[in-house]
Design a protein around this ligand. Structure first.
Ligand code: FEO
Ligand code: CA
Ligand code: CA
Length: 757
């Protein structure tokens, strides 16, 4: 979600995209800055043997579809020539134009936008606020996305299929002013109480979609009426799976046995499993629910501590006011106050919030299989779910981040050991049961010497068992309240972990830390001090606003190498791949990666490695550099943890005291290892990145172009829109005065070559 530069539209009362909910007393790394452990000896002893046991990557495995019971042979390993290690395309300049810019020789075409009809009988999208039936249209705010190949006939999965496939994607949120999703209503919509007809449009523009895409005559488009097309909305039945299934914390009037809930919400990052299913992370779900002003007293139990930690203090307003639209359960559920008299919550929605905050698994190919919330992976503001290197006979690791200021980095390690035959399993959701319902959840603790440790979140951990703020009943309680358990063990508070991605060759794990306005040299108890892994606090004349409040304005990308290269390792080494900055910023304190004008960026968010080219795609969701450039995509050729230098940042407090913070800056990029590839239209973020297995088409999402509208009444005056994309690019109705729409891009090279070459 974008944080607009306009204070009037920051939605702070509703959105917890960057909220400060972590009030635990965990130490900042100032306490460990003087550690004397030798980082270099750790690196020599640990990382060097990382890749020796790797048998193959899931991205190369062939798989049979559930309607194709005969497993296909593993796909051939792409020739080494598909790896790109030197960038030669012409870098795209920074731009504030209302268009999509890509390098010379490339074409980016919108193919699937908000409201596009998915069935053969759904009318074309008029884009004037009168459209309905969003259960059969593309949702809003396209976000994370994965590509699933089909065979040429479209009858079965072909993981190498590069001209016909499915895009499964998230529809995170909607362009919003106060409670209203203004662009989908004729005159911008109505304040509370919300008319049911408006809520009935806004609710299903959230969730997921599956849409078939195909390349015909060299041109990509989506296939209206494909039998694979599908919407999953906040009202679709979804199963609770894993340790929390049936737990007391999940019981509601909708599911008295705590085994199901309705829908998935505020889906942001994604993942692709080794067995070919789609994973989606529920991020800022808490803000959609309201709690009564006296609910603490009504509850009078430990649930109050949980609700406070997850962003729903009593009296919190809901983001869209859907609970005001009527008494029917699809509206009533958004009020999570205790209103019933039962002792177990089976007569109201007091536990409804515990049904959100998970990694959710869906089989994009098969509508008949259940969608499952994988509670073993923990409950927080999820972004992507990225698998570590997949090795036969070893457990699987799933890396995850929790995107709020000062939240944590997590890892799930499966109990089951990887069986390569499962890459072609007929029932992919049953395979998910095998690997994602049993395992251990860990949280990361970064040390000042460039090492770190994974702390298991187990109910038997003495720090968790004795935690004063919250008493955990069982392991399911630890998973549902993972933030509280992570507080208890002293995990490291990070600068908003967004996407993570695993390098296909090295197996190293990269996390975008998008920014943190509350990272301070001199923190208050509600803010965060500097540490080695989050070492920057500085001012920016544009992003600082009236208060000029310093913080980590531009974000950074941290990376980790498991000791021994093992997914189940409990220790790692780390450094910072890149520090975001504007190119003309001080290279001693801010522009530590020495970014040039062709490379500079702010607020990294989306992150994805191409399994074909091995290139690192970086996408931004920025509000700090947007006076100079719209959000963008960059391509990188990263090195490895430890390829740079230890660097000391020197600060001076207001009282004149010197403070030095050591960090580890990865090898600085060169013009051939980092370049800007794309700049999007006005007021958008770039998010979601995937490609065809031949590496010749990349799909990326433009989210919320022109979302900032000064007043809802402006929706009737196109001259007030900040963006008219993609209408102004010739896509859909409206032309140069169109209402802006989130949309998917297909990016190809005009000579048919690899993207990034
Ligand atoms: Fe939905 Fe943290 O971005
Ligand atoms: Ca974002
Ligand atoms: Ca994100």
């Amino acid at each position: 979600m974008n944080r607009s530069a306009d204070p009037a539209v920051q939605h702070d009362a509703f959105s917890h995209d960057d909220a400060d909910l972590n009030t635990s007393g965990n130490p900042s790394f100032n306490e460990v800055l003087d550690s004397r452990v030798s980082r270099r000896s750790m690196l020599r002893g640990g990382v060097g043997t990382a890749a020796t046991a790797v048998l193959g990557s899931w991205t190369l495995a062939g798989c049979g579809g559930s309607d194709d019971p005969a497993p296909v042979a593993p796909a051939p390993v792409p020739p080494a020539s598909t790896t790109i290690d030197t960038l030669s395309f012409t870098p795209v300049p920074k731009s504030i134009a209302d268009t999509v810019l890509v390098p010379t020789g490339y074409t980016a075409t919108p193919i699937y936008a908000l409201g596009d009809p998915l069935t053969a009988t759904t009318p074309a999208y008029k884009n004037d606020g009168t459209d309905t039936d969003f259960e059969n249209r593309a949702g809003d705010h396209h976000d994370g996305m994965e590509y699933f190949g089909l065979n040429a006939a479209g009858t079965a999965r072909d993981p190498q299929g590069s001209t016909r496939g499915l895009l499964a994607m998230n529809h995170e949120a909607t362009s919003q002013r106060d409670v209203r999703s203004y662009f989908i209503h004729p005159t911008g919509g109505t304040l509370n109480p919300r008319p049911a007809a408006e809520a009935d449009k806004e609710i299903p523009i959230h969730g997921l979609s599956v849409v078939e895409v195909s390349k015909t005559g060299g041109t990509w488009g989506y296939v209206q009426g494909s039998a694979y097309n599908r919407r999953v909305t906040p009202l679709t039945p979804v199963q609770i799976a894993g340790p929390a299934r049936g737990n007391a914390l999940l019981k509601t009037v909708y599911s008295v046995d705590g085994t199901t809930t309705r829908g998935t919400l505020n889906n942001c990052g994604t993942g692709y499993t080794p067995w070919g299913t789609f994973l989606t992370g529920e991020e800022n779900w808490a803000g959609y629910f309201t709690r009564g002003a006296a609910d603490n007293a009504a509850r009078g139990d430990k649930s109050v501590a949980s609700l406070n930690r997850y962003g729903r203090a009593q009296g919190a307003a809901s983001r869209h006011g859907w609970e005001t639209a009527g008494a029917a359960t699809q509206y009533a559920r958004w009020n999570i106050s205790k209103t019933g008299t039962s002792t177990d919550g089976t007569d109201d929605y007091r536990n409804e919030l515990n049904g959100f905050g998970y990694i959710v698994e869906m089989d994009a190919y098969d509508k008949t299989l259940p969608i499952k919330k994988r509670t073993a992976l923990g409950r927080f503001a999820h972004e992507s779910a990225s698998f570590g290197k997949v090795v036969a006979g070893k457990p699987l690791a799933v890396y995850q981040g929790d995107d709020s200021r000062g939240e944590y980095i997590y890892k799930f390690v499966s109990t089951a050991l990887w069986d390569a035959a499962d890459a072609t399993a007929a029932n992919r959701i049953a395979t998910g049961d095998k690997y994602l319902d049993n395992g251990k959840l860990y949280v990361a603790k970064f040390a000042a010497d460039g090492t770190g440790s994974w702390i298991e979140l187990a109910v038997g951990n003495p720090l968790i068992a004795a935690y004063a703020t919250y008493t955990f009943a069982d392991q399911a309680d630890v998973l549902v309240n993972a933030r509280l358990a992570a507080d208890a063990v002293g995990a490291t508070k990070m600068d908003r972990p967004e996407w993570c991605a695993v390098h296909p060759t090295t197996g190293e794990i990269y996390y975008t830390l998008t920014n943190n306005s509350n990272r301070k040299l001199e923190p208050t108890p509600a803010q965060f001090g500097l540490d080695a892994a989050n070492p920057r606090a500085y001012s920016d004349s544009f992003a600082g606003g009236a208060a000029g409040a310093p913080g980590n304005i531009n974000g950074h990308i941290i990376r980790m190498a498991e000791v021994g290269g093992e997914s189940a390792a409990t220790a790692f080494t780390w450094d910072v791949y890149l520090f975001g900055a504007q190119a003309d910023a001080d290279t001693a304190k801010i522009n530590l990666s020495a970014l040039t004008a062709d490379q500079d960026f702010s607020s990294p968010d989306g992150l994805w490695f191409s399994p074909t080219t091995k290139l690192c795609w970086i996408q931004t969701d920025d509000g700090a550099y947007t006076d100079v450039t719209n959000c963008m995509m960059l391509l990188g050729v990263p090195g490895k943890v430890g390829d740079g230098v230890k660097t000391t940042l020197s600060y001076t407090t207001a009282a004149g005291a010197a403070v030095n913070v050591d960090t580890y800056v990865g090898k600085k990029p060169t013009p051939t290892t980092l370049r800007r590839f794309l700049v999007g239209p006005v007021d958008c973020e770039l998010t979601g990145c995937t490609e065809t297995p031949d590496g010749k088409t990349v799909f990326a999402n433009i989210q919320h172009p022109g979302e900032t509208l000064a007043a809802v009444a402006d929706v009737t005056d196109p001259s007030k829109y900040l963006s008219h994309w993609p209408g102004n690019a010739g896509y859909g109705a409206g032309g140069a005065t169109a209402r802006p729409r989130s949309a998917t891009l297909a990016i190809t090279k005009n000579d048919g070559g690899l993207i990034g070459s």
